[in-house]
Design a protein around this ligand. Structure first.
Ligand code: MEV
Length: 447
């Protein structure tokens, strides 16, 4: 056996894991001290963060930022955001301020239905199963009541179970397609527990019912799992203003031209997949940043959003614009599910803080906030793309990253930023400029 394979890594202590890393990658012994210094100072927080994952060696930091002035349905909110991309928060804050001066964002929830499936094989007659299904459904509901009782009290539970015949995919393949209401919880554990119970009940039914016999008693459960595609759980957000109000202090013709270009950009995102993917990536810059800050599962949110973007059989941009009768109306429809109680949201200290900053919203409110973050992010990106171009804003933030990478002392940043205000930023250009500055400095100080 390959003796470089590490066995039982998850049973190692943190120090043993770091030692293994030092040995395997040739790092210095001081690695442990440095990794330790990156962890939360207080014991409780450190434990909470470490317990979120298997095999931690330290904590990974990202900026926790605030974008102010998000006016949503008349409420003025601060959006907590976590992103590794330097221009994301700036773009969101700009868009929020811009729309706050124009009445803010409007939003509504169009549905909250969550989904899950039991995929199974049954070799009997599909028509017979269809006739038996009302009785089976009653059984599934009754035998999962011990799991649903609490959720039902909160106003949720199982809202539907349908049978789908899928033999065109696999011989004897059927689905139980179930819908759930999970109130303010993401509900993943609840849904998966119900689905696994459905699987057991289904098998038990076939084994014991006097309405089936012989080979009909065999039912093989392939898998039981929630679906992250929830097209019936959706929020919509929109902004609007007179076209003439689209560019601060600019003449009407410029505003008109901007609206036209903006609309063209949106039509392109709706028609061309290459553009649509980048367009939607920009939307998820905002959505993910808010989802991460609040401890929500951004992969689930993204997967659902992208599938929804392809709901008509063609992947397209998630936003839409209408320029009509002198008004500019920009909107998004986002299929998504979120949790505001339970999970990481209730455990991670900064996720808890993020929820408090948002005023501890309900799941419905939070769905609207995500749609708003996506719309704001997209507005910022498309506005920049059809006017000054994206690099201007990006490069300002990129410059800070380069200054950090080159270890340039902070007191020297202003003069470099000033110099690059109207120049193209690149690592080599900044390095060269800094070396020249340093050279001059040495000459002047006689070093
Ligand atoms: C960069 O993170 C996002 C953009 O590319 C989005 C877009 O092109 O719409 C600017």
């Amino acid at each position: 056996m390959d003796d470089s394979i590490i066995k039982g890594f998850s049973k190692y202590t943190k120090q043993q894991r770091i030692n293994a890393l030092i040995q395997k990658c040739g790092f210095g012994e001081s690695l442990a001290t440095w990794l330790n210094s990156l962890e939360a100072a207080d014991e409780t927080t450190r434990r909470i963060i470490n317990d979120l994952s298997e095999n931690p060696i330290t904590s990974f930091h990202l900026p926790f930022s605030i974008a102010p002035n998000f006016v949503v349905n008349g409420k003025n909110l601060l959006f907590p955001l976590v992103s590794e991309e330097s221009s994301v928060v700036a773009a969101l804050a700009n868009a929020a301020g811009f729309w706050a001066r124009r009445g803010g964002f409007q939003a509504e929830v169009l549905g909250t239905e969550k989904k899950g499936q039991v995929h199974f094989l049954w070799k009997g007659d599909a028509e017979k199963l269809r006739l038996l299904f009302p009785e089976i459904r009653e059984r599934l509901l009754a035998e999962s009541a011990f799991l649903t009782a609490k959720m039902v009290k909160r106003g949720g539970g199982i809202s539907a179970i349908k049978l789908k015949e899928m033999s065109s995919v696999l011989a004897g393949y059927f689905q139980l397609d179930a819908s759930f209401e999970t109130c303010d919880a993401m509900g993943a554990n609840f849904i998966n527990s119900c689905l696994e119970q459905f699987g057991k009940s289904l098998q038990h039914y076939f084994q014991t019912s006097d309405k089936v016999s012989g080979g009909e008693r065999d039912c093989e459960i392939i898998m039981a799992i929630l679906s992250n595609y929830t097209p019936e759980s959706r929020a919509r957000a929109w902004v609007e203003c007179p076209v003439t109000d689209l560019l601060d202090g600019k003449p009407e013709e410029d505003c008109q031209q901007f609206a036209e270009k903006f609309e063209q950009a949106i039509r392109i995102s709706q028609a061309d997949v290459s553009r649509a993917v980048t367009h939607n990536k920009g939307i998820f810059n905002g959505i993910d940043a808010l989802a991460i800050a609040t401890g929500n599962d951004f992969r689930a949110i993204e997967a659902c959003g992208h599938a929804f973007a392809a709901r008509d059989g063609r992947y397209s941009g998630l936003t839409d614009v209408k320029v009509q009768d002198g008004m500019f109306r920009f909107s998004i429809e986002l299929a998504t599910t979120v949790g505001v109680v339970g999970g990481v949201t209730s455990v991670h200290p900064l996720a808890k803080l993020a929820m408090r900053i948002l005023g501890n919203p309900s799941a419905k409110e939070f769905m609207m906030f995500l749609a708003v973050a996506g719309l704001a992010s997209n507005f910022g990106a498309v506005k920049a793309l059809v006017s000054a171009g994206i690099q201007q804003g990006h490069m300002k933030m990129h410059l800070s990253n380069i200054l950090n990478q080159l270890n340039i002392p902070e007191e020297r940043w202003a003069e470099i930023q000033q110099y690059f205000q109207d120049k193209t930023v690149s690592f080599s250009a900044v390095e060269e400029y800094w070396n020249n500055l340093e050279g001059e400095n040495k000459i002047l100080t006689g070093q």
